[in-house]
Write a protein that binds this ligand. Structure first.
Ligand SMILES: [Zn+2]
Length: 165
């Protein structure tokens, strides 16, 4: 009988009496799979937590529609590397198949800020373009943009070091 390893996908031959019990080609694969399942569980818990606790998410109806780590794995595949987390492609959409992907912090930040346009001095540019022009970080501009204390002029012309007002 043949069994496909749940971790690496390689096909192994096993005795028929062992087929139902065998899920991995090796102990190493079993351990790797368990570690990655554990990690996926952490991400899934985080997704559920954010839907419940993040300000405004419940009001916007953002939900986690992923029922299990297996489902998450089927949709996304294993986590590509440390530093990746589950990102929603449409930031107003749910955690669900078609709207999630593995992304780094930087990609997630881009996703959230790419469609923020700011007009100043007769120019309308994205946050990134303003960051390039002003030498301020995009994170800094984003923070100021969200804070009602900053006017557009102040947010673009105040040096980063003098943030405290
Ligand atoms: Zn394997």
């Amino acid at each position: 009988m043949q069994v496909t390893c749940k971790n690496c996908g390689s096909v192994v031959r096993v005795r028929p009496s062992h087929a139902s019990r065998t899920k991995f080609c090796s102990m190493a694969c079993r351990r790797e799979f368990q570690a990655s399942t554990h990690e996926l569980k952490r991400h899934l818990d985080g997704m559920r937590f954010r839907c419940k606790q993040r300000k405004g998410w419940a009001d916007r109806g953002i939900k986690c529609c992923i029922a299990s780590t297996e489902e998450l794995l089927n949709i996304l595949g294993p986590k590509p590397a440390a530093g990746f987390s589950v990102d929603r492609i449409d930031v107003n959409g749910n955690y669900e198949a078609g709207n999630i992907r593995w992304a780094t912090q930087k990609q997630q930040m881009n996703n959230r800020t790419n469609n923020i346009f700011i007009t100043y001095d007769n120019k309308t540019l994205t946050l990134q373009e303003w960051a390039d022009r002003t030498g301020l970080s995009k994170g800094c501009l984003h923070y100021r943009h969200l804070s009602p204390r900053w006017s557009v002029e102040e947010m673009l012309t105040t040096p980063a070091k003098k943030q405290a007002k």
